[in-house]
Design a protein around this ligand. Structure first.
Ligand SMILES: Cc1cc2nc3c(=O)[nH]c(=O)nc-3n(C[C@H](O)[C@H](O)[C@H](O)COP(=O)(O)OP(=O)(O)OC[C@H]3O[C@@H](n4cnc5c(N)ncnc54)[C@H](O)[C@@H]3O)c2cc1C
Length: 423
């Protein structure tokens, strides 16, 4: 059997098939395991996760919690309660501003609930703007609403609020528990899953020819044939048409590929000579003014969990996409402008940095999937469904309940492997 992709979905499926006694080859385009689990070792004393960071909801039922235990992973956690927000002028958010932000957060929730009770769908931004009377708000309140949309929704779901479906953007489920992260990086889990598997790195799949009796997969290093292929290509790769299918995939699947969204979330790690911020904080939030809407609004300090003076800035959706074409120096300069607004002109320049560009990555073409205006949650089931008893599909985007997560990728791999074994 052939499994395409050595991310969490592919490795989990291959593991399950191999454990059931099947002979499996995993074809992976990159020169490393993990896909969107990517622990960079550029700083040998401080591994950083350029892709997924957290086990979201490291509590009962989350399969990644169990996997982390089996793999002997060293975990720590961050808390949203260890946070400090700064206003656009760089001052700590006043009590009055924090109260107003909380009121607007509740009003936004009400606007979204009301849009979700409607029969027809609209873009999330429109639902929020209309429901909250955005046009008639003061400039200060508009700034706050845009900050909330950006940080609590776009950073979470990776789609632009103007593209997210108001009805379905949050149709996913959650596990309860800590936000745990890996002291040695998420790579520990990829390596654990891959133990003993036949993974062929640097095998870029370009074409899949299939019929009832079997499948031939073409790569830059030749063709591979098997009875079955289990495909975990990211939604963005499928959307780009980087892999051709012969015969073409059924209409329901191509419609799902076209209509679901692939979003962007990028990370910028800045390593400083020493911390200049309160190292007891995990989250540092910044409410930009209208001219810098969506820029550098959320930061995680790695100082407390790892002991290293590293700040991680997030950018999603529109701005996250825009800066992919910027040079590293321009990105760092823009990040430092925000940090200097909050912490003063005299803070040091970073010693070094690491910056992701997930949308430009040919083997990801985005960060993770989202429910786009015009899509339906059932399209994820269409994306997941087997074709001709020969092609099977997994990957975070195929998960109806836990899309956009590592646990979703894991569960999708388990599901698809079970389908193969039951065929
Ligand atoms: C910045 C960022 C932050 C995130 N944060 C979190 C988080 O904190 N917690 C969380 O739970 N989730 C998070 N996620 C989401 C999580 O990383 C993904 O949902 C999950 O890793 C996807 O796994 P997958 O196996 O479905 O896909 P992938 O990991 O993308 O695996 C697919 C594999 O297919 C390979 N491939 C692609 N094209 C080809 C080709 N042509 N030929 C052969 N192989 C190919 C890829 O290289 C890749 O290895 C984050 C993602 C990003 C990008």
């Amino acid at each position: 059997m052939i499994v395409i992709g050595a991310g969490m979905a592919g490795l989990t499926a291959a593991r399950q098939l191999a454990d059931a006694g099947r002979s499996v080859i995993v074809l992976e385009a990159r020169n490393r395991l993990g896909g969107r689990l990517y622990t960079s070792m550029q700083w040998p004393d401080a591994p950083v996760d350029v892709g997924a960071t957290w086990i979201h909801g490291d509590g009962p039922g989350n399969p990644i919690s169990d996997l982390a235990k089996r793999a002997g992973a060293r975990l720590t956690s961050t808390s949203f309660n260890r946070d400090q927000a700064y206003d656009s002028n760089g001052q700590r958010l006043s009590e009055a501003a924090a109260t107003r932000l909380a009121e607007l957060r509740s009003a936004m929730r009400r606007a979204i609930t009301s849009a979700q009770n409607a029969d027809s769908d609209i873009a999330l931004r429109e639902a929020v703007y209309r429901g909250m009377g955005y046009a008639g708000m003061s400039a200060e309140d508009r700034k706050r609403v845009d900050y909330l949309l950006n940080t609590s929704i776009e950073h979470e779901y990776s789609g632009d609020a103007s593209s997210l479906s108001a009805l379905w953007y949050d149709s996913d489920g959650r596990f309860s528990g800590n936000e745990s992260l890996f002291l040695d990086g998420y790579r520990v889990l990829a390596e654990h899953q891959a133990r003993g598997l036949d993974v062929r790195l640097e095998h870029i799949v370009s074409a899949i020819r299939y019929e009832a009796k079997g499948v031939t997969v073409s790569t830059n290093r030749g063709d591979f044939s098997a009875e079955v292929a289990l495909i975990t290509l990211p939604l963005g790769v499928l959307q780009a048409g980087a892999v051709t299918f012969d015969p073409p995939l059924p209409a329901r699947k191509t419609e799902a590929i076209a209509k679901l969204g692939m979003g962007v979330l990028n990370k910028c790690f800045l390593r400083f000579p020493q911390p200049f911020w309160d190292t007891q904080l995990d989250w540092i939030n910044y409410v930009p003014d209208a001219s810098r809407n969506g820029r550098w609004a959320e930061w995680v300090s790695l100082a407390r969990p790892t002991g290293k003076p590293i700040l991680l800035g997030f950018n999603a959706a529109k701005f996250g996409t825009e800066i992919e074409s910027w040079s590293d120096r321009d990105i760092v300069a823009d990040a430092m402008a925000t940090l200097r607004t909050m912490f003063g002109a005299r803070i040091p320049d970073p010693l070094d940095w690491q910056i992701s560009r997930w949308a430009s990555d040919p083997f990801a073409r985005g960060a993770y999937s989202f429910n786009k205006l015009g899509s339906l949650p059932s399209m994820r089931t269409d994306l997941a469904s087997p074709v001709s008893r020969t092609l099977f599909f997994a990957g975070e985007a195929t998960e109806s309940r836990y899309f956009q997560s590592v646990h979703g990728a894991y569960l999708s791999g388990q599901r698809a492997a079970a389908e193969v074994l039951a065929r």
